[in-house]
Design a protein around this ligand. Structure first.
Ligand code: ACO
Ligand SMILES: O=CC(=O)O
Ligand code: MG
Length: 553
């Protein structure tokens, strides 16, 4: 156990620690001592003391709001902030390093990925502790170490096959943006007085603590993507955290910059408010479409008229998604912020040239839609997709951004953001969800947070869609204790009930066993057990990563 000592960081922190205050580390990973130094621990302890109470209040507010949605209420624009939405104001100027973000690559934080992403030719790299990282203690420590060495320019890696990786010169590297885990997650390896600390504060705090000075020396700040916010109050909490860190680390006010993912349905109703709450530090919003679809299902779980079709039919041309992305562009450009696009799930298919051409064409079409809608940049999941995104944005966006595209033609009402979708649920769609959940959970439990499944990128957000759909579909059942409820049906007329789930699961382990090497193969049975638990539960678990986290190191 390591105990915090008084903070001796680069800058003044005035807090007096309670004598009994103690930060305990329950975990052993290579290099941990150099990440969790005594000073870094004191810094984390201070973050916990200052912000944990408000984090818990925000999480409780989410639960209370969801109870209202479950009782029939629908999300709506706030009346108490109407004046703020009507007023003219803009966010602080965007620093030069973040002026042109036409292509951003994202990916987990292991050293090989970090080097490949920084060398990829994309303008920015989002180093992801969230949707694409399974937060084992080893992964988190390795990620912090890799990012610190990347900032220092010294990161190198030798793969087990002997292939050597080294960073390109700084001028040729992508700008680093770090995505910490969301507010809902705890870091169970770090306790204060027996209480788990926030995973968000752990990830962001440690990265800022170790890298702020080195980045400031290059006229950069620590830059972050903030995930899964649900309200302006959550944005205000982040703003307070960032303000505190700037003071503690001796950075100028506003040196740390953030881009907020609008990836929950409630947040889509508070885009102006979120920009305003962070206006000295925010540089843009991003359409995190996969979590957004998940959140639509989760938020409207009890609204039978808004059940979505199977996952493959929920594309960005569905009216509720089109409305959300266009509102995001309009809102950002009015306020001088970037409107970042999102991720197409297709990845290169090395074994089938025709299928590869079709996959790349879908990525191309997605990027074309984004640049045409007025987005200022986009995401890719894989380095081979960079030239496609680059070509589309170079052609459609000759300047560094397209903030002048104000989209005054866009007029989005609450009903547009909530619009029911047309489509079907087929047996293949149902079984596909089951397979994705099982395979993704198995990989995640095995320490791998992003995997290709049937040549689609699957991460926590895409898997959540499959998991939440299964729960929702199965819970409009004909349970006699819930009189009046009727099951939903597949397009062939089969009722969606637990017998259907059992049938989908029954042959899966042997089928997967015959598929050669798949990530997390040894944990398939554990993944099935978890999926069964999640789908049978009376309440939709808020995130699959919450129960899954209790099952990893
Ligand atoms: C909904 C959201 O939140 S989106 C954001 C979260 N998701 C992501 O960030 C997706 C990240 N992407 C990935 O993890 C991977 O691309 C996967 C898992 C989808 C596919 O991975 P693989 O099957 O290993 O890809 P593949 O074998 O084609 O990789 C070829 C090379 O590209 C590298 N590569 C692939 N994706 C990335 C990436 N995102 N960043 C950097 N390098 C990458 C691989 O490391 C490999 O390098 P190597 O030749 O030196 O060994
Ligand atoms: O984080 C991105 C998403 O689509 O979810
Ligand atoms: Mg997401």
């Amino acid at each position: 156990m390591l105990c915090a000592t008084a903070f001796r960081g680069a800058a003044p922190v005035s807090a007096v620690l309670k004598p009994q205050s103690e930060l305990q580390i329950h975990g052993h990973a290579e290099g941990q001592g150099s990440v969790l130094t005594a000073d870094a621990q004191a810094f984390l302890l201070e973050l916990h003391r200052r912000f944990e109470g408000e984090r818990q209040s925000r999480l409780a507010a989410r639960v209370a709001r969801q109870a209202r949605f479950d009782a029939g209420e629908l999300p709506a624009f706030r009346t108490d902030t109407a004046a703020l939405r009507d007023a003219d104001w803009r966010v602080a100027p965007i620093p030069a390093a973040l002026a042109d973000r036409r292509v951003e690559i994202t990916g987990p934080v292991d050293p090989k990925m970090v080097i490949n992403a920084l060398n990829s030719g994309a303008q920015c790299y989002m180093a992801d502790f969230e949707d694409s990282t399974s937060p084992t203690w080893a992964n988190l420590i390795e990620g912090q170490l890799a990012l610190r060495e990347a900032v220092a320019g010294t990161l190198a890696f030798t793969a087990p096959n002997g292939k050597q990786y080294a960073l390109k010169p700084e001028a040729e590297r992508a700008v680093l943006i770090v995505r910490p885990r969301g507010w809902h997650l705890d870091e169970k390896h770090v306790l204060v007085d027996g209480e788990r600390v926030s995973a968000s504060l752990f990830d962001l705090g440690l990265f800022a603590f170790h890298n702020a000075q080195a980045l400031a020396a290059k006229d950069r700040g620590p830059y972050f993507y903030l995930p899964k916010l649900q309200s302006m109050e959550e944005a205000a909490l982040w703003n307070a955290v960032l303000g505190h860190i700037e003071t503690a680390l001796g950075l100028p006010h506003g040196q740390m910059k953030v881009t907020v993912l609008i990836e929950t349905l409630p947040a889509a109703f508070e885009m102006d408010e979120i920009l305003h709450a962070l206006k000295d530090r925010i540089v843009g919003l991003n359409c995190g479409r996969w979590d957004y679809i998940f959140s639509y299902i989760k938020t409207l779980r009890a609204h039978r008229d808004r059940v979505l079709p199977e996952r493959g039919q929920v594309t960005m041309t569905q009216p509720f998604l089109k409305a959300y992305s266009e509102l995001l562009v309009k809102t950002c450009h009015r306020r001088g912020a970037h409107a970042m696009g999102g991720m197409a799930a297709q990845i290169p298919i090395s074994v089938d040239a025709e299928a590869n051409t079709r996959a790349l064409a879908r990525v191309h079409a997605d990027k074309l839609r984004e640049v045409g809608a007025g987005h200022d940049g986009t995401w890719v999941a894989h380095p081979a997709l960079i030239p496609i995104a680059r070509e589309v944005f170079d052609e459609g966006m000759p300047a560094a951004n397209q903030h002048t595209v104000l989209r005054e033609d866009v007029d989005v009402a609450a009903a547009d953001l909530l619009k029911p979708s047309l489509g079907t649920i087929t047996r293949a769609g149902f079984e596909g969800n089951v397979e994705v959940c099982v395979r993704y959970l198995a990989a995640w439990l095995d320490g791998n947070g992003c995997v290709p499944i049937h040549w689609l990128m699957e991460d926590a957000a895409t898997a959540e869609i499959a998991r939440a759909q299964l729960w929702q579909w199965l819970h409009f059942d004909a349970d006699p204790v819930k009189p009046g409820r009727q099951p939903l049906h597949l397009d062939d007329g089969t009722a969606m009930d637990f017998a259907l789930l059992d049938r989908a699961l029954i042959g899966l382990p042997s089928r997967l066993a015959s598929e050669g090497e798949i990530p997390g193969k040894a944990r398939i049975n554990e993944a099935i057990a978890l999926l069964v638990e999640l789908t049978h539960a009376d309440t939709l678990a808020e995130f699959l990563t919450l129960p899954a986290y209790e099952r990893i190191d």
